[in-house]
Each structure stands twice: as C-alpha cells, then as structure tokens.
Write a protein that binds this ligand. Structure first.
Ligand code: UDP
Length: 332
C-alpha cells in the first residue's frame, strides 16, 4: 500500500513517514519546504510542491492509496496577527487537498488536528465530545477542516481519522530527525536552547494560574507516539472501520515548572529563566482523556516526559546541528 505524506518534511510528518516505512508502506513525501527541511525527508521520494498546485498534487495523488495531511501553519499568536495566512493555508489549501484526493480516487485521509479545537474548556480531562469553542484562528481553521471531513464522509463516503494532538515534543530516538521551528516557541526546546545559551533565558509565562504550582499545565506527547498512532489510524481505515476524531495525549498533565525540572534532571544543567507576565490566550490547563484512541485504535502513549526531554536533547547534539548549518535560525 502507498501513502502520500503531505508536509512530510516537517516535524511530525517526518516522524510519521518513518513509522509508515517501518510498517512496510511505500511512502511518498509532498512538501513545499516553507517550514520543512529536505534533510528530514532524506531516504524518501520527495516531491517539492504547493498544496495549491492542483495539477502537481493530482499527479502524485494518482499513485497512492491514502493521504496523511500535516501541511499547515500552527502558531497560535501568528494566527491572531495574520488570520488571512491561516485561513488561506489551512482552510483553502486544506479543502483543495481534500478535493484533489477525492477527484483522484483517494478515499482515506488521516488529518492532523489539534487540542486547539477545544479552546479553553472547563471540563477536564478533555474528551472528544467536550464542547469545541476554539479561541484563536488556528483552532478555528482546524475545526473547519474537521467539519468538512465529517460532511464529506456523509455525502461522498470519504473515510478519515482526525487526530487531535496535544503538546507534541521529543525527537526520533535515532537523533536523525527532530524539531527545528523558526522561531522556536515551544516550551521543551525553549528550555533546552536556554541551557545551550542559544537564547538568553527561558521566559516563564506566569506563575499565578489556578494550578498547584501556579504555572500552566499541558499534556505533552512524544512525537513517535504520535507517529505510531497515525499508522494505526490508517490500518483502522484499511480494515473498513468507521471514520473518527480522537485525542492523542498521555492523559497526564505537566506544569511548566515540572518540565523545567525534567530538563534540569536530564541535562544535569540549570535552565536560566525569568518570570514574565502571562502569555495572552494561554489556558491554565489542557489535559486529555486519551481513552478513545485506545478503544478505537488500540493505541497508548509509551513514552514519558523524561523520554521527550532526553530525545530532544539528543537531537540537539546530533541531527539538529546539520539542519542549523543549512539555515539561519532566528534566535530570541
Ligand atoms: N511556555 C513558557 N515559556 C516559553 C514557552 C512556553 O512559559 O518560552 C509555557 C506556555 O505558557 C504554556 C506551556 O509552556 O503554558 C506550553 O507552551 P507551548 O508554546 O510549548 O505550547 P502550547 O500549549 O502553547 O501549544
């Protein structure tokens, strides 16, 4: 069976491409390299193209049985400042991808969704039927695509699994692929780049939240656990089972302080840091109930917060060095 991994030269997509290969799938990557890196797609057939380029996308769609769709913009603050970019790239291009898939006989889609579809729910842990009230354009764009998938399934028989990631972190255990965002805003790489002196210090965004230690709580999930869930989701559709949307998370929350402690424990070094005011739009706590993914896919996260920090730290001393040589990274 063959799979087109759109956005496969990016962080999560490149890990999913390797997981597919491990499971024997013929895997083709399609990426415009706007935030991805050719190095992350090494060893795969890489087609460089825009999702908006229907002719090019159609020519590769014709060769595959199913699609995994990772290509999207995913920075919440940027989506607030520049919603046009998000509605264009995530909604218009996302719909173009779905239409191109259906028009070329591809009936199975695995879609990267996000916990941002829920907004800041009062219910915890968050279940799939928790009220979805996204509080930024990024979450709205992802929920819009989920609605389209649902409607297309009912009207046209398109089969899909929408995977709502919580906080993706860590890197492949090989050290060959991992995370490099420009700018890098996520907590674990922010802690580690502060240790390395690539940023002056970690800014801790508020310690007056209604949580046990006052810092925000998130449900961090290892990128290779996410990758394996994608393969299981595809197998689920291949067995002719129902479309579904589900959380991918550990079900355990960690505070910013706990993440800093893990970074210090793993590296044996202090995280230089400074307390600053809350970041706008940060909900105090987002923790998932991952039971549906276990029931439907038989998937359960295997890796701990320490594993995420360890593999991210390893990546910073291996594959990431190579990527840094080929790009200029904006530092904070
Ligand atoms: N955070 C922080 N300093 C940073 C980056 C993040 O204190 O430099 C906090 C942020 O306020 C949030 C948590 O770490 O509570 C996770 O943030 P991240 O940007 O990694 O993911 P998000 O939950 O926003 O998708």
């Amino acid at each position: 069976m063959s799979v087109l991994v759109i956005g496969g030269a990016g962080y999560i997509g490149s890990h999913a491409a390797r997981a597919l290969r491990r499971h024997g799938y013929q895997t083709v990557i399609y990426d415009n390299l706007s935030t991805g890196y050719p190095e992350l797609a090494e060893g795969f057939e890489l087609v460089v193209g825009e999702v908006a380029d229907t002719a090019k996308l159609a020519s590769v769609m014709k060769q595959v049985d199913s699609v995994m769709y990772f290509a999207a913009n995913s920075l919440v603050p940027e989506s607030v400042k520049n919603p046009r970019k998000y509605f264009t790239n995530n909604v218009i291009c996302g719909l173009n991808m779905l239409h191109t898939a259906m028009d070329n006989g591809v009936g199975k889609v695995i879609f990267s969704s996000t916990c941002s579809v829920y907004g800041a729910p009062e219910e915890s842990p968050i279940k799939e039927d928790t009220l979805k009230q996204p509080c930024n354009p990024y979450g709205v764009t992802k929920l819009t695509l989920e609605h389209a998938l649902d409607a297309y399934e009912q009207a046209y028989g398109l089969h899909y699994v929408a995977l709502r990631y919580f906080n993706a972190a860590g890197a492949d255990e090989s050290g060959e692929i991992g995370e490099l965002h420009r700018p890098e805003t996520h907590l674990i790489p922010a802690c580690l780049t502060a240790i390395l002196g690539e940023r002056k210090e970690l800014e801790v965004f508020g310690d007056d939240y209604p949580t046990p230690d006052g810092t925000c709580i998130r449900d961090y999930i290892h990128v290779n656990d996410l990758a394996e869930a994608h393969v299981l989701a595809l197998k689920h559709l291949e067995k002719g089972k129902n479309s579904a949307a589900m959380n991918l998370a550990t079900g355990r929350g960690s505070s910013v302080k706990e993440v800093i402690d893990a970074a210090e424990e793993v590296t044996g070094r202090k995280v230089p840091r400074r307390l600053v005011p809350r970041r706008a739009g940060d909900p105090p706590s987002l923790v998932a109930d991952p039971a549906r993914a276990e029931q439907v896919l038989g998937w359960k996260a295997q890796r701990s917060l320490n594993d995420m920090v360890k593999t991210a730290w390893n990546w910073m001393h291996t594959g990431r060095e190579r990527l840094l040589k080929s790009v200029h990274v904006e530092s904070h």
